[in-house]
Design a protein around this ligand. Structure first.
Ligand SMILES: Cc1ncc(COP(=O)(O)O)c(C=O)c1O
Length: 389
């Protein structure tokens, strides 16, 4: 029990969410900018298809790997985006969100003594799972002055004889950084040269405002060196449906499926049924374009609010729906700042050290909620920060 507490700390994001919840139970109105939830309408067709499935009694266990029709649709989607072929029968697994996918991949592939390179700042799930698997996370620290870009030299320096896996998470949570092709290419080259597996977490692939998203699969020909993790949560505003997936070669996929089978047996039947038609729907490009435009507007609110504001430095993100500004109010670290913001102006944001120890002067702001929420929260935050100037 004591070991679990040490290895798996309570989520820092949920901690803020829980305090906000307590305040709301007392009748206070909190603006939620702490959770990575994109508020947007559902894509066309999915709701009806899921309700039809539910009403039609499609409510039982399904194959461990999930509905074959949906795996086939995912294989077509990967082909369109990356040019690579994945066999839906043996190389794709539908999971309970990208969260289970990452967990399953690490538990299957990492063992005691293995090192996993985790670039920081990043989604706080990777390291605890590496440790759960008996491995050791080795950190590569992104720097604001480089725009939080992945620097191949940093990865090279972190590689040892024990390195088993490199995590590449692009676009990034919490910085919104979209990694450049040349850096990714060089890191992939290093990994392949040293026989290191790459875990590519691309759940924010459709939220790119500057530059382009380079799917790692387009850079890696040998499928045995790569595990792709993805999800319906962010691109399609379906966080509660819990549909994620992995694509990898059959040998790795079989190992992961064995973990998946004991962890969850299978995903949610009617949710998966709802998603079957989505990826091939010809209305999807319009849906995604509209959503991207809206998220760009939400980001613009923050860019304008922080422009020229004392104490605040913002590295412009290229995508996702997060910003990770450095807020340097004298004698106040991000933890204290976030707690004060929540209690005094009822704006919930997350301290940067949740995403990596060194980032204790940054905060993560998620602009997933609607434009009105962003406008109100930005006004409150700017006024609050000005008080300290
Ligand atoms: C980088 C990253 N990967 C994966 C996930 C998992 O999301 P889900 O389990 O909802 O698919 C998240 C969620 O915030 C994330 O930020």
């Amino acid at each position: 029990m004591a070991d679990i507490r040490r290895l798996l700390p309570a989520s820092g994001i949920r901690a803020i969410f829980n305090i906000a919840g307590e305040m709301e139970r007392k009748g206070e109105k909190v603006l939620h900018l702490e959770i990575g939830r994109p508020d947007w309408k559902l894509p066309p067709g999915v709701e009806d298809a899921a309700v039809d499935a539910l009403r039609g009694g499609f409510v039982h266990y399904i194959a461990n790997r999930g509905l074959l029709e949906l795996r086939e649709a995912i294989a077509r989607d990967i082909k369109r985006r990356t040019g690579r072929d994945y066999n839906p029968e043996s190389e794709i697994i539908l999971t309970i969100g990208g969260s289970e996918a990452v967990c399953m991949a690490m538990l299957a592939m990492i063992g005691p003594g293995d090192e996993v390179i985790v670039p920081l700042p990043s989604w706080p799930h990777y390291s605890p799972i590496v440790e759960m698997a008996g491995g050791r996370p080795v950190y590569v620290h992104g720097r604001a002055e480089d725009g939080f870009a992945y620097i191949p030299e940093d990865f090279r320096a972190a590689i040892t004889d024990r390195t088993r896996m490199i995590v590449l998470s692009n676009p990034n949570n919490p910085t919104g950084t979209v990694q450049k092709r040349e850096n990714l290419k060089e890191i992939v080259r290093l990994a392949l040269e040293k026989d290191i597996l790459i875990l590519a977490d691309e759940v924010y692939q459709d939220f790119v405002f500057e530059g382009e998203h380079i799917p790692i699969a387009s850079l890696v020909e040998d499928k045995s060196r790569l595990i792709i993790v993805n999800s319906f949560s962010k691109s399609y505003a379906m966080t509660g449906w819990r549909i994620g997936w992995t694509a990898s070669d059959a040998r790795i996929s079989d190992a992961m499926n064995r973990i998946h089978q004991y962890l969850t047996v299978c995903g949610v039947s009617f949710a998966q049924k709802g998603a079957v038609g989505l990826l091939d729907d010809d209305r999807l490009p319009h849906y995604l374009a509209e959503m991207k435009e809206e998220f760009r507007r939400r980001y613009e609110v923050w860019r304008n609010a922080f422009n020229g504001l004392d104490y605040v430095t913002l590295v412009p993100p290229g995508g996702a729906f997060y910003i990770f500004p450095d807020i340097r109010i004298p004698d106040m670290n991000a933890r204290t700042f976030c707690e004060k913001c929540l209690r005094e102006i009822r704006v919930a944001i997350v301290p940067g050290d949740v995403f990596g120890d060194r980032y204790d002067r940054c905060v993560r702001i998620s602009y997933g909620r609607n434009l009105e929420t962003q406008t109100e929260a930005a006004a409150r935050l700017v006024e609050y920060i000005r008080k300290f100037v």
